[in-house]
Each structure stands twice: as C-alpha cells, then as structure tokens.
Design a protein. Structure first.
Length: 256
C-alpha cells in the first residue's frame, strides 16, 4: 500500500491498479483495513470514478475518528464528503468537510487543507452563499500557494474573483482575476488566462467602462491590457500597460 500512496498524486491509475490487486488476506489487522479503505476511496476519486456509497470509506472514517492521526482523520472525512457530494447530499457533505477542516488544522498538510476549503467553497458557491464561498476559496488559494500547486492556486483565485463579482464588489473581483491570470501565466495555462480575461471584460461591461479588444496587438509573450488617454493635442497615448510575461518569470526563477 505504501507504493500506491506514493504514486497517488502523480499516477493515480497505477495506484488504483496496485490496490485492486491486493488480496483480503494481505490485510492483517484493523489498521491495514482502514488504510486500504482510505487509499482505495482516494484512488477512485483521483481517477474520476464518482461513487455514491460510503460503504468503503466508512471503515476508515470510523477507525480514524478514534485516532490521534489527524492527517488520516481529515483525509477520510474529506473523501466521505466527496462521496456525499457525488450523491447530491449537500448537508452531509458540508458536515463531513467541516469536520475534516477541524482535523486538518492539527496538521501541516497544506495541500489537503486547500482541497477541503476548495470543496467547501464549491458547495457554498452552488448554494449561492457567496460570502461563505469567498472566504473558503480565499483560504483554499492560500493553502494551495503554500503547497506550491500553481494551477489549483490560480483556480481558487479565479473563483474568489467570481464570488466577489456576484457580491457586487467589482474592483476586488478584477484584482483576483488578474492575480489568477498572472499565476496561470507562470505555468503557461492559456485556457485559464483566457477565461479570466473574459471575466475581467464582463466586469468592465458591468461597470460601463469602455474598452476595445485589440485584435493583432497582443505581445508575443502573453496578453496585455492598455489604458489609453488623449493628450492636449487630441492624440491617443498609452497611460499604462498591464502585461503578463509568461517567459521571463520562469527563466529567472521568479514567482508572482
């Protein structure tokens, strides 16, 4: 099982294959059974196999609820929440995620903390509880940043921006979308850059701020936003340019 857990994050299909080939006779005690239940549930989730029954994970939840291993406790509660979410059971899902949040506070597992807060943010967002969703996504982004997970970090920033927009706080929303664009730029994730650029455009539309899409004017290293003014002679000048350089940051080992 140790090998399966090592491969879980990078090669979840291989982890699932290993776990499927473990015979029941190899699980010698309650600890082994609980760990297998947890890892198997995790492998199914990471392979996008959405199960709606807690028959597997409940063994791990029960075992680790009495354990001082807060990391395992938080993991088992998180995957219990994921299963309830898959089943469309929002209330038990939220309860499991909130319990997981309390347990993970006793650990230094930044990645798991990010996952838990992200799951809570998604639940709140879908229930139109945007204030709670904003707080959850902000926490998620902070933990994913600490865990050095740039794509997940940027995703959480993007959803924070969406929440602020829905709360009517347009200027703050733009700030988070721009920050998400910057992070996506460091990993050259074009889809994320475009989606957040469109979000900024939507907010500018909502504020009735005039802008033009400069077709063919983009810099070769990434998108940019020019703020134009007219000088005393009536000629248009560029006041400021907000640019995203996707090459230099990585080349010089810089981070946004």
């Amino acid at each position: 099982m140790a090998r399966a857990e090592i491969l879980m994050h990078t090669l979840p299909d291989s982890a699932l294959y290993i776990l499927k080939n473990i015979e029941a006779e190899q699980l010698q005690n309650r600890h082994d059974i609980a760990l297998y239940s947890l890892l198997y549930s995790q492998a199914l989730d990471k392979n996008c196999i959405d199960i709606t029954s807690d028959s597997i994970i409940s063994t791990a939840v029960h075992y680790y609820s009495k354990s001082k291993n807060f990391n395992r406790k938080a993991q088992s509660l998180y995957y219990l929440g994921r299963i309830h979410y898959n089943a469309g059971e929002s209330t038990p899902a939220a309860e499991a995620f909130l319990e997981a949040k309390e347990a993970v506070l006793e650990t230094d597992n930044h990645f798991l903390s990010g996952q838990i807060y992200n799951a809570l943010g998604k639940l709140y967002y879908e229930q139109h509880q945007y204030l709670e969703a904003t707080d959850a996504y902000k926490n998620s982004s902070n933990f994913f940043n600490l865990a050095k997970e740039p794509k997940r970090y940027a995703n959480a920033l993007s959803y924070t921006g969406k929440c602020y927009y829905l709360l009517g706080k347009d200027s703050i929303a733009i700030k988070y979308h721009k920050e998400a664009i910057n992070v996506y730029g460091t990993i050259n994730y074009i889809n994320g850059i475009l989606k957040n650029s469109y979000s900024v455009a939507d907010i500018l539309d909502n504020l009735n701020v005039p802008y033009e899409i400069g077709v063919g004017e983009a810099a070769f290293y990434g998108p940019k936003l020019d703020i134009q003014i007219k000088n005393v002679f009536g000629k248009e000048d560029t006041l400021i340019t907000i640019q995203i350089d996707q090459l230099l940051a990585a080349k010089f080992g810089m981070e946004y």
